[in-house]
Design a protein around this ligand. Structure first.
Ligand code: DTR
Ligand code: CA
Ligand code: ZN
Ligand code: ZN
Length: 378
């Protein structure tokens, strides 16, 4: 990659040395590392998780509901994948309606323990069906994002935590239990909770929770980048697990593709589909793997990863060890806009903040100094 530098020279008594060099641990003016971009979340992987959850329901009376064998099998399925990927997992038990419920918490080792970014989804279904859109879709997208973090060896400045909730369908029971059990000091460390409940609806809309503005903007910007219009989610206040966190003052956000409400003609014009329910199988036995819109699931899974990377305060440390510094003493003159090109070895060096442009004044021995410069990436 070539970096071209254009700068103005004026006839004045100073000689500037322009250094384009790597960051060193001692550099007082090291610029913060650039944010790394989130990886694409493979739709096929997310759909495989849904197929596996469908199989679990099929083998356990047709559902994955609280208190049923299908739910515990779902928890064990998700936990096994996270354990294999290097997560520190915890199963939290609670009782609701005289049945034992389970939350699964997975911590990614590393990051600032005082700055925790959390994402979650409820894993339970209603008793009438497999609950693939509601909420296998959110559970699978969060799972695959967690696995993508592990595959990337991602080490953001914040600590990452993921949660899969039990008994949401009974009234946010699992997430309420988790928050209630969380000491106030631990709650204060949560910089945000991202909730994903129904993100693959067959006749999808693209709704963004309008709770924390920073989280909302992060999602809206992502979809704007795809050219996909979004609307503020108005149906769900208090109707999913983000409410458990919002109720104790933790910033929340999330995504939703619609449930039993009917898509308006204006929304059809915006998103396509039909002026029928966003998910005609909501809480029904037909909420199976056939009840998923792949485009919506893919876009929202990628949005989950985008938000995790964007909000986790990426601070990939600059390289250590030998630092190459390319100092070019530029003799002055009256010419304006002299462009000088420097070559760095790879864009990753720039992306990770391994390079920066620094202008230094030196004792004037010639005419011309840098009065300002622009770093452009051709
Ligand atoms: N509470 C979810 C479904 C649901 C209905 N409206 C919204 C809005 C936002 C998130 C979720 C929902 C459930 O039945 O599991
Ligand atoms: Ca994808
Ligand atoms: Zn539901
Ligand atoms: Zn749900």
């Amino acid at each position: 990659m070539n970096i071209s530098v254009s700068r103005r020279f004026t006839a004045a008594a100073a000689l500037a040395a322009l250094a384009l060099g790597g960051l060193t641990g001692t550099s007082a003016s090291a610029s913060p590392a650039a944010a790394a971009a989130a990886p694409d979340i493979p739709l096929a992987n997310v759909k495989q998780h849904l197929t596996d959850l469908q199989s679990i329901a099929n083998a356990n009376g047709g559902n994955r509901a609280h208190g049923r064998t299908g739910y515990k099998a779902s928890i064990d399925f998700v936990k096994a994948k996270l354990d294999a990927a290097g997560y520190t997992t915890t199963i939290q038990q609670f009782t609701s309606n005289s049945a034992v419920g389970y939350n699964l918490i997975a911590d990614w080792p590393g990051g600032d323990p005082n700055q925790v970014l959390m994402a979650g989804a409820h894993l339970d279904s209603v008793s009438s069906g497999a609950g693939i859109n509601d909420n296998g879709s959110g559970s699978a997208a969060v799972l695959e994002t967690a696995l993508a973090v592990a595959r990337a060896g991602y080490q953001p400045s914040k600590h990452l935590r993921f949660g899969w909730w039990g008994a949401e369908e009974l009234g946010l029971v699992g997430s309420k239990y988790y928050v209630a059990q969380l000491p106030t000091t631990e709650r204060a460390k949560l910089s945000g909770y991202l909730n994903f409940d129904m993100i693959g609806s067959p006749n999808p809309g693209y709704f963004v929770y309008d709770d924390d503005p920073t989280i909302e903007t992060t999602f809206k910007n992502y979809f704007a980048g795809l050219g996909v219009p979004t609307e503020i989610e108005t149906e769900g206040d208090g109707r999913s697990d983000h409410a458990s966190f919002k109720n104790v003052g933790i910033p929340v956000g999330g995504l939703f593709t619609g449930a039993s409400r009917v898509k308006t003609s204006a929304q059809v014009a915006k998103w396509g589909g039909t002026a029928t329910a966003f998910d005609r199988c909501y809480h029904s036995s037909c909420d199976t793997t056939a009840n998923i819109n792949d485009t919506a699931l893919d876009r929202n899974s990628d949005a989950v990863a985008h938000a995790i990377w964007a909000l986790s305060g990426t601070s990939t440390p600059p390289p250590t060890g030998t630092v190459f510094e390319n100092t070019a003493d530029v003799s002055g003159g009256s010419a304006d806009n002299i462009v000088q090109t420097f070559t760095v070895n790879a864009s990753s060096e720039v992306a990770n903040g391994a390079w920066k442009l620094r202008a230094q004044d030196k004792a004037s021995v010639d005419t011309g100094y840098i009065s300002g410069f622009k770093l452009t990436f051709p």
